[in-house]
Design a protein around this ligand. Structure first.
Ligand code: NCD
Ligand code: ZN
Ligand code: ZN
Ligand code: ZN
Length: 411
């Protein structure tokens, strides 16, 4: 299959060309010269081809909470949003605390996933040996503040141990707790790469910026930001209640500006959605009782929300591509050839209509939860086709189920 006359954009290039896909890979890339192609082809005029987006932080709730989402609906929502790889978090039921539970979760993902996937391991009390022996995961997730699921760890000695044995540690840690975790990590000699999930505060961006100035640490510390923390403040929480309630809570305008500054100067490495669906009933009950239910969906709205900002700011789309895929490949040491449009790379691609102007409407989204915090928001850009493993799996609102989704390989 050929995609002809399309604008190819990845972290390295922005040019018009033609791409040939064969056996799940990008086989050939040629420049704009007219081609006599008799093969099946897609006319890409006026469109953009990006490497498929990577969302390294989602909660697809499977197993245990499949009334909110499951691996099929979650990954379907992902491909409708141009996301071709996700990493699922361990606060499922049972929590992913043992290798046996991880294997069971792998079976679920293998059976249901519509896009490529990786599964996080969870840090729990007494599972250090399991962490030492875990295989092929994006990292160990360590929860240091309250959120959905009771996975919070308070014992600092356990943090130390996890830093020592966890090959890569991703933190749910907010503000001062994050600063404290970093102190302990440094005391231990920064024994593992450390990643901050869902940055929401200026203090977090400032701290990571300082750490990255140290040559010995720059390749060991990373952070992600979510669209909701970049686009909303506590005012939305006050106005919309449970539908804008998540952890970390929405912060101030000053924090939002600091996050964008972090995006601009690359202190923030990539975007993630923290897609954390709950049912409408659960959110309505939360509004009634005042008992918070943390988390909002987002995997499908990542692309249009961030792309719209990029267009408004007139920023370089190569950097957009880098932050939507290539940087996650690098930071998580993904072994597969992903995150770039290059010959020999996996054909995980997304075709975008950059001229589309429209609105986000939950009724057009595919998460099981059926609502969005961004209802009615104006957006630029639309996912026209999503290609996973060389096959079109989503095209103009239609899904084509093909069992080409694979587990990601980490080195
Ligand atoms: C997440 C969830 O619901 O699983 N909730 C949230 O508010 N972000 C957990 C988390 O990422 O902290
Ligand atoms: Zn979290
Ligand atoms: Zn999360
Ligand atoms: Zn426009």
């Amino acid at each position: 299959m050929w995609i002809k006359n399309i604008r190819l954009i990845d972290a390295y290039t922005d040019r018009i060309g033609n791409v040939e896909i064969q056996d799940g890979k990008i086989k050939t890339i040629t420049d704009q010269k007219p081609l006599s192609i008799t093969d099946r082809k897609i006319d890409g005029r006026g469109k953009i081809l990006f490497p498929g987006f990577i969302d390294p932080h989602v909660h697809f709730r499977d197993p245990g909470f499949t009334h909110k989402e499951d691996f099929f609906t979650g990954t379907r929502s992902a491909i409708a949003g141009g996301v071709t790889t996700i990493f699922d978090m361990p606060n499922t039921k049972p929590a992913t605390f043992t290798r046996e539970i991880l294997e069971e979760k792998r079976l679920i993902a293998r059976a249901k996933a519509q896009c490529h996937w990786g599964l996080y391991f969870g840090a729990g009390i007494g599972n250090i040996q399991e962490i030492e022996n875990m295989k092929n995961v994006p990292g160990v997730k360590l929860y240091l503040n309250t959120t959905t699921g009771n996975l919070k760890m308070d014992d600092k000695n356990q943090w130390r141990e996890i830093f020592r044995v966890g090959k890569r540690v991703s933190l749910h840690a907010e503000g001062d707790t994050f600063a404290h975790a970093v102190e302990i990590w440094l005391e231990e000699g920064a024994p593992c790469p450390l990643h901050l999930c869902h940055a929401s505060l200026k203090s977090e961006v400032d701290l990571v910026r300082e750490l990255k100035k140290d040559r010995a640490l720059v390749s060991k510390i990373s952070m992600e930001a979510c669209p909701h923390h970049l686009l909303m403040t506590h005012k939305e929480l006050e106005a919309y209640g449970a539908y804008c309630c998540m952890k970390p809570v929405l912060a101030t305008q000053e924090d939002v500006e600091a996050l964008w500054k972090g995006v601009e100067d690359e202190t923030i490495d990539f975007f993630a959605t923290d897609h954390a669906p709950h049912t409408k009933t659960e959110k309505e009950n939360s509004n009634q009782t005042g008992i918070p239910v943390y988390g909002i969906p987002g995997v499908e709205t990542l692309f249009p929300l961030i792309f719209t900002q990029w267009i408004e700011r007139g920023w370089d789309l190569k950097k957009f591509a880098a932050m939507m895929s290539q940087k996650a490949v690098k930071i998580f040491s993904i072994k597969d050839k992903k995150g770039a449009i290059k010959e020999g790379f996996d054909a995980d691609l997304v075709i975008i209509d950059p001229e589309y102007h429209g609105k986000i409407e939950a009724k057009n989204l595919h998460s099981k939860c059926g609502w969005s915090s961004y209802e009615g928001w104006d957006i630029v850009g639309r996912v026209e086709k999503t290609i996973v493993g060389g096959a079109v799996v989503f095209e103009n609102e239609n899904f084509f189920e093909r069992l080409l989704a694979r587990e990601i390989n980490f080195s």
